[in-house]
Design a protein around this ligand. Structure first.
Ligand SMILES: *Cc1c(COP(=O)(O)O)cnc(C)c1O
Length: 361
């Protein structure tokens, strides 16, 4: 039975990447050592990290005045690291409250004594739409933080808010390399790897060079300037996760890059949204213009029925479609590595489930 894994993260990886890892595992590049065993100071690994950065720069057209940094600590540590490094003038940031991860970002910024102004929130709408930026007339924020794709609630900004002279920071964890954005619109972008770029343990940070190095005596592991100077190798980096991300980036290039990924993600998500919108049993709660291409929540409004559906889906190889505990219902994550056939199989299953429901009701 073919298994399709709709998990929100850690998430499905491209089959050719898994095959390559399997092939490389016992002896990487005929070295007699696996990637798990090689030194981060070896030429073998230097080639891996250099190539990964080069491929990422090419895929996203990252301008030369932006650093690419490889961190550990997940997206969550960046909620601390970003304000520590960037909120150094006003010690105040603006936040568009689009859901769980935006709130978490705000909470962590407050813990390092940065003031957080919620510029707009769609909490009252249960985050079924995106908060838009009203006027940002005063230059009183070090930056405005947005979550480009809300993994749990299933919304995504297709165009980013215009913050004028104020820097924009984007948490792109769940649609990094899955949807096109202009890097220059952001002062900083960060993304945990385990959603759309590889495996857990690695977080990418892309930051404009004039924004860093302004705060003295930061803890070393939280200092962007130090990481930039040391090419992300101040200490031992997550060697295997960087290797895995490198393979995913190579695969992305072969597939046609980010424009092709966005085209496929639109096609996959439309197939599912169109079915849900036509269904009398299922509802996709997010308003249409704000819908995510990578995370699709849906409900029946009957928790017992949802549980029955999730179990029956697993029986036919459609795994991890349970929604986040804060939203309930179901969620299908359709990251770059999810093939169209997986979504077709899911829609066929949902269709059969619905027909059976009405027949036996
Ligand atoms: C998963 C996720 C995070 C947190 O990532 P961790 O690696 O678990 O810390 C942050 N932001 C978004 C948008 C996410 O999807």
């Amino acid at each position: 039975m073919t298994i399709y894994n709709f998990s929100a993260g850690p998430a499905t990886m491209p089959d050719p990447v898994i095959a390559q890892i399997k092939q490389d595992l016992p002896s990487y590049n005929d070295s007699g050592m696996s990637v798990m065993e090689i030194s981060h100071r070896s030429e073998l690994f230097e080639d891996i990290i250099d190539q990964a950065e080069k491929d990422l720069r090419e895929l996203l057209a990252i301008p030369d005045n932006y650093h690419v940094l490889f961190f550990q600590g997940g997206g969550t540590l960046q909620f601390t690291t970003i304000p520590l490094n960037l909120a150094n003038k006003y010690h105040r940031i603006g936040l568009l409250d689009s859901g769980h991860w935006a709130e978490r970002a705000g909470d962590e910024a407050k813990r390092v004594n940065v003031k957080v102004d919620v510029l707009n929130s769609t909490k009252a709408d249960h985050y079924t739409k995106l908060p838009i930026l009203k006027d940002l007339t005063q230059d009183t924020y070090d930056y405005v933080h947005i979550t480009t794709n809300n993994t749990i609630e299933g919304t995504a900004y297709s165009t980013v808010p215009d913050t004028g002279a104020t820097e924009l920071v984007g948490d792109m964890s769940s649609n990094f390399l899955g949807q096109q954005y202009n890097i220059k619109d952001f002062g900083l972008i960060m993304a945990g790897a385990q959603k759309n770029l590889g495996i857990a343990g690695l977080t990418l940070v892309i930051v404009r060079d004039d924004l860093i190095g302004k705060v003295k005596n930061l803890p070393s592991m939280l200092d962007y300037q130090l990481f930039a100077q040391k090419n992300s190798m101040f200490n031992t980096p997550p060697v295997f996760a960087i290797y895995a991300a490198g393979l995913v980036l190579k695969w992305l290039k072969q597939q046609g890059g980010v424009p092709e990924m966005e085209r496929r993600n639109r096609k996959k998500s439309s197939l599912l949204y169109d079915f849900l919108d036509a269904s009398k049993l299922f509802t996709a709660p997010v308003q249409k213009p704000d819908r995510s291409l990578t995370n699709v929540p849906f409900v029946t409004k009957d928790a017992d029925l949802d549980a029955k559906l999730i179990a029956e889906a697993a029986d036919v190889g459609l795994l991890n479609i349970k929604g986040h505990r804060s939203v309930g219902g179901m969620r299908a994550s359709l990251y770059n590595a999810m093939p169209y056939e997986g979504v077709e199989k899911l829609v066929n299953f949902l269709d059969k489930f619905e027909k059976n429901y009405w027949r036996t009701k």
